[in-house]
Design a protein around this ligand. Structure first.
Ligand SMILES: Cc1cc2nc3c(=O)[nH]c(=O)nc-3n(C[C@H](O)[C@H](O)[C@H](O)COP(=O)(O)OP(=O)(O)OC[C@H]3O[C@@H](n4cnc5c(N)ncnc54)[C@H](O)[C@@H]3O)c2cc1C
Length: 380
C-alpha cells in the first residue's frame, strides 16, 4: 500500500492551493460584499483546467480520475468556499451525469464549452416539497412528439443563476414512482418556459449563487434525454454518490486551512506573558483538529481510489461525507475558539469558514440521510 498521492497529482494540488491562497483569498472581501465571483477569477480558474476536471481530454477537459479530482477539491477547500462551491457544483454534480451517460452527440455539443468555463453547469433534483425525500419530486416531463414538456419548480439549485446547462430530474411515468423518473439536459438561458427565480440569500458561501428554477410548459428536445428513459432516479443517486466523495475532500482542505490559521495564531498571540500555544488547552484543540484532518483525508483517498477501481462506493461515500463534514463543523468551532474574539469578527477568514462550512452537512444529502444510507446498506 502506498498512501502518498502520485507526484503529478501533488503538483496539481499545490498549483490549485497556490491559486486559492494567492489569487482568490486576497479578493475574499470583494466576493463577500458583492456576493459574486469576479469573472476574471473564473477565467483564471478555467485556464487552470478547473472547469474541465472531470471532462475527458478528447472533449477539451483535463480528464482526471476521482483521486485526482478529489486532490483538487481538497486544494479548493483551502480557499474561499463560495468560490470552490461554484467550481465543484459545476465539475462534480453538474458534469458527471453527462460524462457518464451522454451520447456522443450530447457530449460534443456541451462538454467542450463546459471544459472552457463558457458553459457553467448545475444539477437540479431538489424541490420545495421534496429535499431529503428526493424520490417524491413532482416536476413532470410529458413526451409530446419530439419534445418533453416540463412543468414544476426546483429550488436551491447551485449555479442556476449563471448556468448554461442543468441536469434536471423529472417524472416521466408517475405510475412507477422512483422508477419513473428521467434526467434531462436543459439550457436555462435559452429555453422558453424555463425561468431562474430570485437568488437565494444564504448564511455563507457568498458568490456561489443558488436559486429556484421554474418550468412552465418548457419544451426540451427529446434528444436532450440523458441516459435511458425512466432511469433518472438511479442515475441521480449515482451522481450524488460521486459528489459526496468530493465534498469529503473539500471538507478536508477547509480543515487544513483552519488548522494552519489556528497554529499561526496560537504561536503569535500572547496572553499571560506567553504564546497561547503554550497552553495545553489550546494544544489539545490543535491536536483534535489534526486528528479530524488525518482521518478525513485517509477516508476520501480510500473512497476515491475505490471509485477509480470501479468498486461500489454507495456506503463508503456516505461514510466519508458524514465523517469529514461533521469533523469540519467541529474544527471550525475550535478554530473560532483558538482565535478568540478575532474569530468572531467579519474580517477574519475563520469567521467566514465557520459560516461557509455549515452547508456541507446539508447538501448532497444531509448527515442524517448519510446515516440512513450506511445503515440500509449494512442491513441489506
Ligand atoms: C445552498 C444550497 C445549495 C444546494 N444546491 C443544490 C443543487 O445544486 N441541486 C439540488 O438538487 N439540490 C441542492 N440543494 C438542496 C439540498 O440537497 C437539500 O437542501 C438537502 O437535500 C436537504 O433537503 P431539505 O432542505 O428539503 O431538508 P429536509 O429534507 O426537509 O430535511 C430537514 C431535516 O429533516 C431531516 N430528515 C429528513 N428526512 C429524514 C429521515 N428520513 N430521517 C431522519 N431525518 C430526516 C434532515 O436530515 C434535516 O435535518 C442545495 C441546498 C442548499 C441549502
Amino acid at each position: 500500500m502506498d498512501f502518498n498521492l502520485p507526484d503529478d497529482l501533488r503538483e496539481v494540488q499545490a498549483t490549485i492551493r497556490d491559486f486559492m491562497l494567492s489569487r482568490v483569498e486576497p479578493r475574499a472581501h470583494e466576493i463577500e460584499d458583492s456576493n459574486s465571483v469576479p469573472p476574471e477569477l473564473l477565467k483564471e480558474a478555467a485556464g487552470l483546467g478547473l472547469f474541465g476536471l472531470s471532462i475527458p481530454e478528447e472533449y477539451g477537459g483535463v480528464g482526471l480520475g476521482m483521486l485526482g479530482r478529489c486532490a483538487v477539491y481538497e486544494a479548493l477547500g483551502q480557499g474561499h468556499m463560495g468560490f470552490g462551491g461554484v467550481i465543484s457544483a459545476h465539475a462534480s454534480i453538474g458534469t458527471s451525469g453527462l460524462v457518464k451517460l451522454g451520447t456522443e452527440e450530447q457530449k460534443r455539443k456541451f462538454l467542450p464549452r463546459m471544459a472552457s468555463g463558457d458553459c457553467v453547469a448545475g444539477f437540479a433534483i431538489t424541490e420545495p416539497s421534496s429535499g431529503s425525500d428526493a424520490a417524491n419530486i413532482r416536476t413532470r416531463a410529458v413526451k409530446k412528439d419530439d419534445v418533453y414538456v416540463l412543468n414544476g419548480t426546483k429550488h436551491y439549485i447551485s449555479n442556476a443563476p449563471i448556468a448554461g446547462l442543468l441536469t434536471v430530474i423529472a417524472i416521466t411515468d408517475p405510475e412507477r414512482g422512483s422508477r419513473g423518473m428521467s434526467a434531462f439536459l436543459v439550457e436555462p438561458q435559452s429555453t422558453p418556459g424555463v425561468r431562474v427565480g430570485k437568488i437565494d440569500e444564504k448564511m455563507g458561501q457568498k458568490g456561489a449563487l443558488s436559486a429556484e428554477v421554474i418550468f412552465e410548459d418548457a419544451e426540451i428536445p427529446a434528444a436532450n434525454l440523458l441516459g435511458p428513459e425512466h432511469m433518472g432516479y438511479r442515475e441521480a443517486l449515482g451522481i450524488l454518490t460521486a459528489g459526496r466523495v468530493g465534498i469529503a475532500a473539500r471538507s478536508t482542505g477547509a480543515m487544513q486551512r483552519l488548522l494552519d490559521l489556528s497554529v499561526a495564531h496560537a504561536k503569535a498571540r500572547e496572553q499571560f506573558g506567553q504564546p497561547i500555544a503554550e497552553f495545553q488547552a489550546v494544544q489539545f484543540m490543535l491536536a483534535e483538529m489534526e486528528i479530524a484532518i488525518q482521518t478525513s483525508r485517509v477516508l476520501w483517498q480510500k473512497v476515491a481510489w475505490m471509485v477509480d477501481e470501479g468498486q461500489d462506493v454507495r456506503r463508503m461515500a456516505s461514510v466519508a461525507k458524514y465523517h469529514a463534514t461533521e469533523a469540519l463543523s467541529q474544527v471550525a468551532d475550535k478554530a473560532v475558539q483558538v482565535a478568540g474574539g478575532m474569530g468572531y469578527m467579519k474580517d477574519s477568514p475563520v469567521e467566514r469558514y465557520y459560516r461557509d462550512q455549515r452547508l456541507l452537512r446539508i447538501y448532497e444529502g444531509t448527515s442524517e440521510i448519510q446515516k440512513i444510507i450506511i445503515a440500509k446498506d449494512l442491513l441489506a
